[in-house]
Design a protein around this ligand. Structure first.
Ligand SMILES: Nc1nc2c(c(=O)[nH]1)N[C@H]1C(S)=C(S)[C@@H](COP(=O)(O)OP(=O)(O)OC[C@H]3O[C@@H](n4cnc5c(=O)[nH]c(N)nc54)[C@H](O)[C@@H]3O)O[C@H]1N2
Ligand SMILES: Nc1nc2c(c(=O)[nH]1)N[C@H]1C(S)=C(S)[C@@H](COP(=O)(O)OP(=O)(O)OC[C@H]3O[C@@H](n4cnc5c(=O)[nH]c(N)nc54)[C@H](O)[C@@H]3O)O[C@H]1N2
Ligand SMILES: [Mo]
Length: 682
C-alpha cells in the first residue's frame, strides 16, 4: 500500500444492472482515484464510459453544496444560500399548513432509482412520508411492467442466474442493448460464444449489440409477442415441444395450441417485419439448440403492450423445456432474488404507513400537477433521486405543472437538474462515495457494501440523513424515524435466509462484495415449482382472466399510427439524465441526433447532417438528421438522456412522449411515440 493512501471498497449506485464494485483511493480526505474492483467477478476491474469519470462528478464545480432557497420566479434559478435549520423549519411549517388545510395527501413524494441501494433509495423516506399519510407514488417507469408480464406466466420477474449464460448454446438478447446498457455482461456472452453458442439479437435497431450478433432480427417495434406466438405455432406444428415438461409443469397448453393456430409465420410476418422463413428458422433453432436462453431487460416494456410481450416471451422456455438445462430458460432482473433474501420489511416498515391513501403513478406527474379536479390537488412535491423533467413523459406538461406558483417543491439532488430549476428549496445530496449503503444488483448475484470513502462534501447529506432531519423538524420523535444507516443494513442482513448465510456486515465491510449463496448449478424451474398460483407455467392465466384481461398470450395492442415510431433508448455516455450536464459526456454523445431510414428521408426531402424538426402534438425538438440503415423504414431512433436539443434549447426527447399506460403493471408506452420529421423553415 502506498504511503498515506487508503483504499476503500464501494459499489456504484447508479440505476444499472451491473452494480460495479469499485475501489476509491483516498489521501487525507480527498478521493484521488476511483477504479473498478479487480476482485469483483462481474466488474473485473473495469467501469464504463460514465463511471470512469465518477470523481469528476463528485468534485464538479456545479455540485450543490448548501441548501438553496428560491428568490425569483419559478424556473428562473435565482436561489440564495440558507442554513439547514432555516430550510428545515420553513419546509416543516409549509408542510404542516398544507396538511392542516388539505390533508397529507396533498403532499406527493416523488423519487426513483437515482441512487440504488437498500437504504438510500428507500427507507426512512418511506417510513416518514408513509406514516404522515402523504400520497403514495406508483414507481413503475422501469421494470414493473416486465415483472408484471413475466409474473403472469412464471410467477416472478427474474429467472435464472444471468452468469449461467456461459452454459447456453443459443442466446437471444431480446430487446436489450447489452454493450451499452449492461456492459459487464458482455464478457459472459463472449465466453458462451467461445464455447460454441449462437447469438441472436431481436431489436428494431441495429444497435452496437445487434451489430455483433450472429443473427439480427430487425423486428417491428412491439411485435415481439406476435413473433413468439409464431415460434410457438411452429414448435407445436412440427413436434418441437418438450411434451413431458409441458404436461408436468404448465397449465393451459390445449388452449394455447388453439390460440397459436392463428399466428402462422405467414400471418405474423407482416406484423413483425421479418420473413416467414426467418420465423421458421428462429423457432426451430431456438427449440432444438439446448440450452437456449432468452435474455430481455427493459426495452420492450416501454410499449402499450409491454406486459403482454413479456408474458408471451415467458411461455417459450416451458414449451422448449429449456428450464431443465443449466444456462437455459430466461434471465432478467435479479433484484427479486436479492430482495427475497434481505429482510426488506425491516427497512421499509410498511406497518407504519397510513392505510388507504391514494396512489398516483409517477408517469402522470405532469397530468396530476395540472389537474384542477384532483382532490386534494398536489400542493407540495418532495423530489429526490429522480429528474422527471427529463425522464418522464410529456415534458411540457411537467414544466407547466412545476411552474405553478402555488406548488411548494423541495428537491434533494447533487446538481441543479432540469427539475431542480423549479424548486422552492434545493437541498444538497451526497455522492455515492460519501455515504453508506447496501447494494443489491439487478444484473447479478453479488451483494455489495458501499462504504463512504470521503466525508460529505459541503453541507450535503445523504437521503437517510435528510429524512432524519425532516422528521425532527416536524417534531416526530419515534425512534424508527432516526434509526442509523448501519442499523438498518444489519437488520436487512439478519433475515436468516439461507442465501445470506455467513454474509455479515463485518464480512462485507472487509470484502466489499459477496455472492449470494445461490446453490451451484441452480436451475430454479428444472422441475417446475413456479411461484404462480398453480405452481406451474401459466400458459392460461386465471388471474388475468379475473382481471378482465386476455387469459392467453396474444400479440396485444401493436403500435400503429401516422408518422414515424420513435424509439428513445439509452445512450452510452449518459445514465438516464445523469451526466447530461457534464461537458465530457455531452461531447461524447454530440448534438442530439435522429436516425431515420433513407426511404423516410427521401420522402421528406431530408439530407444527412441537416438540423431537422421532430414534432408531434405535444412539442418539438431540433435534431441532427442521420440517414442510416440501422433503423427500419417507419422507425426513428433518438438517444434518451440529453438535456438540450440540437438548437441548444432545454428540451429532452420526452417532450415527444405521452403519459400512456401500458396494458398492466403501470409503466408508460414511451417507445410508442409517433413523430413527424421535416426541414426547419424560415
Ligand atoms: N449507458 C447507459 N446504460 C444504462 C442506462 C443509460 O441510461 N445509459 N440506463 C439503465 C437503465 S435505467 C435501464 S432500465 C437499462 C435498460 O437496458 P435495456 O433494456 O438494454 O435498454 P433500452 O435502451 O431501454 O432498450 C433496449 C433495446 O430495446 C429495443 N427495443 C425498443 N422497442 C423494442 C421492441 O418493441 N422490441 C424489441 N425486440 N426491442 C425493442 C431498443 O431499440 C433498444 O436497443 O439500462 C441501464 N443502463
Ligand atoms: N424517452 C425515454 N424516457 C425514459 C427512458 C427511456 O429509455 N426513454 N427510460 C426510463 C427509465 S428505464 C428510467 S429508469 C427512468 C430514469 O429516470 P430517473 O430516475 O429520473 O433518472 P435520472 O434522470 O438519472 O435521475 C436521477 C437523479 O437522481 C440524482 N441522484 C443520484 N444520487 C442521488 C442521491 O444519493 N440522492 C438524491 N437525492 N439524488 C440522487 C441524480 O443526480 C439525478 O438527478 O427514465 C425513464 N424515461
Ligand atoms: Mo430504467
Amino acid at each position: 500500500m502506498d504511503q498515506g493512501i487508503a483504499r476503500i471498497r464501494g459499489a456504484c449506485g447508479h440505476d444499472c444492472p451491473d452494480t460495479c464494485g469499485w475501489i476509491v483511493d483516498v489521501q487525507g480526505e480527498v478521493a484521488t482515484r476511483l477504479r473498478g474492483d479487480p476482485s469483483h467477478p462481474f466488474t473485473r476491474g473495469t467501469l464504463c464510459a460514465k463511471v470512469n469519470h465518477y470523481l469528476e462528478r463528485v468534485y464538479h464545480t456545479d455540485r450543490v453544496l448548501h441548501p438553496l432557497k428560491r428568490v425569483g420566479p419559478k424556473g428562473d434559478t435565482r436561489f440564495v444560500r440558507v442554513s439547514w435549520d432555516e430550510a428545515l423549519a420553513d419546509i416543516a411549517s409549509r408542510w404542516k399548513a398544507i396538511v392542516a388545510q388539505s390533508g397529507a395527501e396533498a403532499i406527493l413524494p416523488y423519487s426513483s432509482a437515482g441512487v440504488q441501494g437498500i437504504i438510500q433509495e428507500a427507507s426512512l423516506d418511506r417510513r416518514l412520508l408513509g406514516s404522515m399519510g402523504c400520497s403514495a407514488l406508483d414507481r413503475t417507469i422501469c421494470g414493473a411492467v416486465a415483472a408484471a408480464g413475466l409474473s403472469a406466466t412464471i410467477g416472478t420477474g427474474s429467472g435464472i442466474d444471468p452468469e449461467s449464460i456461459v452454459h447456453s448454446r443459443y442466446i437471444v438478447l431480446w430487446g436489450t442493448n447489452t454493450i451499452v446498457t449492461n456492459l459487464h455482461y458482455w464478457p459472459y456472452v463472449r465466453e458462451a460464444r467461445r464455447r460454441g453458442a449462437k447469438l441472436v439479437v431481436v431489436d428494431p435497431i441495429r444497435t452496437r449489440t445487434a451489430a455483433e450478433a450472429d443473427w439480427h432480427l430487425a423486428i417491428k417495434p412491439s411485435s415481439d409477442a406476435a413473433l413468439a406466438l409464431a415460434m410457438m405455432h411452429v414448435m407445436v406444428r412440427d413436434g418441437l415441444v418438450d411434451t413431458a415438461y409441458v404436461t408436468q409443469h404448465t397449465v393451459g397448453y390445449d388452449a394455447l395450441v388453439h390460440r397459436v393456430r392463428e399466428y402462422s409465420p405467414e400471418a405474423v410476418s407482416p406484423l413483425a417485419g421479418v420473413s416467414a422463413d426467418e420465423i421458421e428458422r428462429f423457432a426451430r433453432e431456438y427449440a432444438t439448440t439446448q440450452p437456449s436462453l432468452i435474455r430481455p431487460l427493459i426495452g420492450i416494456e416501454h410499449h402499450r403492450n409491454g406486459a403482454m410481450q413479456f408474458r408471451t416471451l415467458a411461455c417459450l422456455p416451458a414449451l422448449s423445456g429449456a428450464w431443465r438445462h443449466r444456462g437455459g430458460g430466461l434471465a432478467r432482473s435479479t433484484h427479486a432474488l436479492h430482495f427475497a433474501a434481505l429482510a426488506m420489511d425491516r427497512v421499509l416498515m410498511p406497518e407504519v404507513y397510513r392505510p388507504g391513501v391514494r396512489t398516483l403513478n409517477m408517469r402522470d406527474l405532469g397530468k396530476n400537477l395540472c389537474d384542477d379536479s384532483l382532490r386534494p390537488p398536489v400542493r407540495a412535491l418532495m423530489l429526490y433521486g429522480s429528474n422527471p423533467m427529463v425522464s418522464m413523459p410529456n415534458q411540457s406538461r411537467i414544466e407547466k405543472g412545476l411552474r405553478r406558483e402555488d406548488l411548494f417543491t423541495v428537491v434533494h439532488d447533487l446538481f441543479l437538474t432540469e427539475t431542480a430549476r423549479f424548486a422552492d428549496y434545493l437541498l444538497p445530496a451526497t455522492s455515492q462515495i460519501e455515504h453508506l449503503d447496501l447494494s443489491p444488483a439487478w444484473g447479478h448475484l453479488y451483494l455489495a457494501l458501499n462504504r463512504p470513502a470521503i466525508p460529505a462534501r459541503g453541507e450535503s447529506v445523504c437521503n437517510t440523513e435528510l429524512f432524519r432531519r425532516l422528521a425532527a423538524a416536524l417534531g416526530r420523535t419515534e425512534p424508527w424515524l432516526s434509526e442509523s444507516d448501519e442499523s438498518m443494513i444489519r437488520a436487512a442482513l439478519g433475515s436468516g435466509h439461507p442465501w445470506l448465510e455467513g454474509i455479515t456486515y463485518e464480512r462485507l465491510w472487509e470484502e466489499g462484495h459477496v455472492r449470494l449463496r445461490c446453490p451451484d448449478d441452480w436451475r430454479p424451474f428444472a422441475n417446475g415449482g413456479f411461484p404462480t398460483r398453480s405452481g406451474k407455467t401459466e400458459l392460461w392465466s386465471d388471474a388475468l382472466n379475473e382481471a378482465g384481461l386476455d387469459p392467453l398470450p396474444s400479440a396485444g395492442d401493436i403500435a400503429v399510427g401516422q408518422g414515424l415510431q420513435l424509439i428513445t433508448g439509452k445512450a452510452l455516455h449518459f445514465l438516464n439524465s445523469s451526466y447530461g450536464h457534464i461537458d465530457r459526456h455531452r461531447r461524447g454523445e454530440g448534438e442530439l441526433p435522429i436516425e431515420i431510414h433513407a426511404d423516410d428521408a427521401l420522402e421528406r426531402g431530408l439530407q444527412p447532417g441537416e438540423v431537422v424538426r421532430v414534432w408531434n402534438e405535444r412539442g418539438e425538438v431540433r435534431a441532427v438528421c442521420r440517414i442510416s440503415d440501422r433503423v427500419r423504414p417507419g422507425v426513428a431512433w433518438m438517444p434518451y438522456g440529453g438535456l438540450t436539443d440540437a438548437a441548444g434549447r432545454r428540451r429532452s426527447v420526452n417532450i415527444l412522449t405521452a403519459e400512456e399506460p401500458t396494458d398492466w403493471g403501470g409503466g408508460s408506452g414511451l417507445y410508442d411515440a409517433r413523430v413527424e420529421v421535416g426541414a426547419v423553415t424560415g
